[in-house]
Design a protein around this ligand. Structure first.
Ligand SMILES: [Zn+2]
Length: 348
């Protein structure tokens, strides 16, 4: 069994962009179908591997948006979110018909709190439903992602049982979401390492991270997941998404690139296009990023203190790690400050 985007290169991290689904569903970030097509074209140029175009079964409008994006943009894999039901899976399949490369992304809660309060299902019923939905999805899709919603608060043994069972049933991507943005880098690293051991006998299955930023650790947690075996990261441009948002695409991609000495992996993203993609999203959603936002904020490479300006002018690539990379030419590096002191560099 093969994914449409198999990680033949074990050092390649797939970038799954959910700006148009998890990002767009957050208040203040809604986009028209035309805006979604514009954004999807930019994401395609940026070089993401998978675009989650929406949640087709959520409403006829969502299905139409998925249909338009998948039909008008070429390149990456297009994906629709889906509950673990045949009806949802069929709706997603219908909406993705025109995409040459398509994926279904099935989610089902696995944590005890969600099993009791949201699903009213036992652990055994959840496991059976997960397997049943993946088995059915494989009759329509070659590329099936399964997400154990609220995975981080799921008993580790049970999470491993579910991931092993859905991999056996044909899931090609195994997503472990920190749905409530609750984990820490150390904890999530342990969870990913444990799941990776449980699914070792499915070497083609890609383990994926989906982290929310409620405690400000979505990027750190995603990086820890990568260090412990994740080969897909689920991200959104500017980190938009539910509540405090998703893992920011630009931050995790630049962290992996800048610290390739630590992570030893790479993505397919063209980092010279990060700033323009960020600004396009801001324009479409009328939501500018804060000035000091890492990587894409207009102050991200501006120095007000003279102590930093002088070395920036004289030997920027050596002094400033990120400037050694080519991507930031679109971001202004030096501000005109009120706090500058000439040549402070000389006394440091
Ligand atoms: Zn999410």
């Amino acid at each position: 069994m093969h994914s449409v985007t198999p990680p033949r290169d074990k050092k390649r991290v797939l970038v799954f962009d959910t700006t148009l689904r998890d990002g767009e569903q957050a208040p203040g970030f809604s986009m028209s179908p035309e805006d979604k097509v514009t954004m999807a074209k930019a994401l395609c140029e940026l070089g993401v591997d998978v675009i989650e175009a929406g949640f087709a079964a959520a409403s006829p409008g969502d299905a139409e948006a998925v249909r338009r994006v998948a039909g008008e943009v070429e390149g990456p894999v297009f994906c629709s979110l889906s509950r673990a039901s045949e009806e949802d899976i069929r709706t997603a399949y219908g909406a993705l018909q025109s995409a040459p490369k398509r994926r279904i992304h099935i989610f089902l809660s696995t944590s005890p709190i969600h099993r009791a309060a949201k699903l009213n299902m036992s652990a055994k019923e959840v496991l059976d439903c997960a397997v049943r939905s993946v088995t059915f999805a494989r009759t329509l899709f070659d590329d099936v992602e399964f997400s154990a919603e609220d995975a981080i608060r799921t008993e580790r043994e049970f999470l491993g049982d579910v991931m092993e069972a859905v991999a056996e049933a044909g899931a090609t991507t195994l997503n472990i979401p920190d749905t409530v943005g609750y984990s820490t880098p150390q904890e999530i690293g342990e969870i990913f390492a444990e799941v990776a051991r449980r699914v070792e006998r499915f070497p083609d299955a890609v383990i994926s991270a989906h982290c929310h930023n409620d405690l400000g650790m979505a990027v750190a947690n995603t990086l820890s997941a990568v260090a412990n075996g994740a080969r897909q990261v689920e991200v959104a441009v500017n980190g938009i998404g539910e509540r405090a948002g998703n893992c920011a695409l630009e931050e995790v991609v630049m962290a992996l690139k800048t610290r390739s000495d630590l992570f030893g992996v790479h993505t397919g993203v063209d980092t010279t296009k990060l700033v323009q993609t960020s600004r396009l999203l801001s324009a479409l959603t009328r939501s500018p990023v804060v000035r000091n936002k890492a990587i894409v904020g207009i102050n991200a490479f501006a120095h007000e203190a003279g102590i930093h300006q002088q070395p920036m002018r004289s030997c920027a690539p050596k002094m400033w790690a990120l400037l050694a990379h080519d991507w930031c030419s679109a971001n202004t590096p030096v501000a005109t400050p009120s706090h500058s002191v000439r040549n402070l560099w000389a006394i440091v």
